[in-house]
Design a protein around this ligand. Structure first.
Ligand code: ADP
Ligand code: MG
Length: 372
């Protein structure tokens, strides 16, 4: 059983602390993705797990062993990087087996493990080629093969798909998912790409500025972002975030006034979590703001208002609609789209069950911590 446990991990470069006390428990055979903007500390965290960077504070355990001071080779991990660093003068077969050879594994054992990895990754036909004669995706697969032959307890991936074109990236994503299904090792995977994170992860860890903002399953985090940062980072097109103020309507309850005289009721589930006069950021995903008759669900608690649509982007199954509320650009979606020509005034339905309310001062979700 190979759990990975990070307890109060910090990292300093000289005077500067770049990772500020991270706690994270990763289960055996779990696929965990660290995601966040460039510079937030993902690679540093991964490299500390690998032993390529010393930790400045805290404890790292792999399995039941504290590895704080173990060199990388004694941690039984394999790491796959963005630049695959294959040996250019060696065939695929030799690239795959080289690490085992250096570690003085018996020849028969090496052959067996290399063949097994080649089979898992579909490299059979390429075994005698040099890296120069491989496509980007094939090279990436060899790099993964090199990690597999070592039969590690934990795979560590640092943006392994970043150098591939968009189409190949999607293909390799599926390959990595299949690989995990097959070998079932614990995986810690780093990416700045939230779509990659959402599609691969059992759980995603959203980082910002050396902190963890939220941990949860992709769907949980999508549906329950703890703050405006997570709300806007996860999901594409991004969540609209509109400034509003909570008002009392004098009789039935609380409402939120947005710009352009748009007023929406506070959803039932949030009634006890906001107060009159509070400045609120209303988070609305484009999927939840759809022209009447062109939405996924027009049921539940909804409110409608008119918006002038100035630009539309037809994607086939849906069309992204661009408008404004006050000075803010907003995006909605039209499902089962019909053509839109020129500017058009449309009545949008807003699904109140699906909007997110954040306190404008703190940026935190008014519903609280929202643990998975
Ligand atoms: P990410 O992988 O999320 O893009 P990194 O973990 O590479 O981010 O970097 C986190 C922070 O640490 C950044 O501010 C980066 O500039 C800083 N950093 C990374 N490596 C070093 C280093 N060797 N010396 C000083 N600062 C570093
Ligand atoms: Mg990085």
């Amino acid at each position: 059983m190979t759990e990975v446990s990070l307890q109060k991990i910090t990292k300093n470069y000289g005077q500067l602390e770049v990772v500020h006390g991270i706690d994270l428990e990763i289960s055996h055979s779990e696929f965990v993705v660290l995601v966040g903007p460039s510079g937030c500390g993902k690679s540093t965290t991964l490299r500390m797990i690998a032993g390529l960077e010393e930790i400045s504070g805290g404890t790292i355990k792999i399995g039941d062993k504290v590895v704080n001071n173990l060199p990388p080779r004694d941690r039984n991990i394999s790491m796959v990087f963005q630049n695959y660093a294959l040996y250019p003068h060696m065939s695929v077969r030799d690239n795959l087996g080289f690490g085992l050879k250096i570690a003085k594994h018996p020849e028969a054992e090496i052959v067996k493990r290399v063949e097994n990895a080649a089979e898992i990754l579909g490299l059979g036909m390429l075994m005698d080629r040099l890296p120069a004669a491989l496509s980007g995706g094939q090279r990436q697969r060899v790099a993964m093969g090199r990690a597999i032959v070592r039969n590690p307890d934990v795979f560590l991936f640092d943006e392994p798909l970043s150098n591939l074109d968009a189409k190949l990236r999607v293909q390799m994503r599926t390959e990595i998912k299949k690989l995990h299904k097959r070998v079932n090792n614990t995986i810690v995977y780093v990416t700045h790409d939230q779509v990659e994170a959402m599609t691969l992860a059992d759980r995603i860890v959203i980082m910002r500025d050396g902190h963890i903002e939220q941990v949860g399953t992709p769907l949980h985090v999508f549906e329950n972002p703890v703050n405006t940062f997570v709300g806007s980072f996860i999901g594409s097109p991004p969540m609209n975030q509109l400034d509003g103020k909570v008002l009392s309507d004098g009789k039935s309850g609380l409402q939120i006034a947005l710009a352009d005289n748009i007023v929406i009721p506070v959803p039932t589930r949030a009634r006890n979590h906001v107060s009159e006069g509070q400045d609120i950021i209303v988070g609305i995903r484009p999927d939840d703001m759809t022209p009447i008759g062109h939405g996924m669900r027009d049921d539940g608690e909804t409110v409608s208002f008119d918006l002038m649509v100035s630009i539309s982007e037809p994607l086939g199954t849906e069309t992204i609609l661009f408008s404004t509320i006050g000075a803010k650009d907003v995006q909605g979606k039209m499902l089962n789209p019909r053509p839109i020509v020129g500017d058009e005034r449309l009545t949008f339905n807003l699904s109140l069950d699906r909007i997110h309310l954040f306190d404008a001062g703190t940026g935190n979700n008014v519903l609280g911590g929202l643990d998975d």
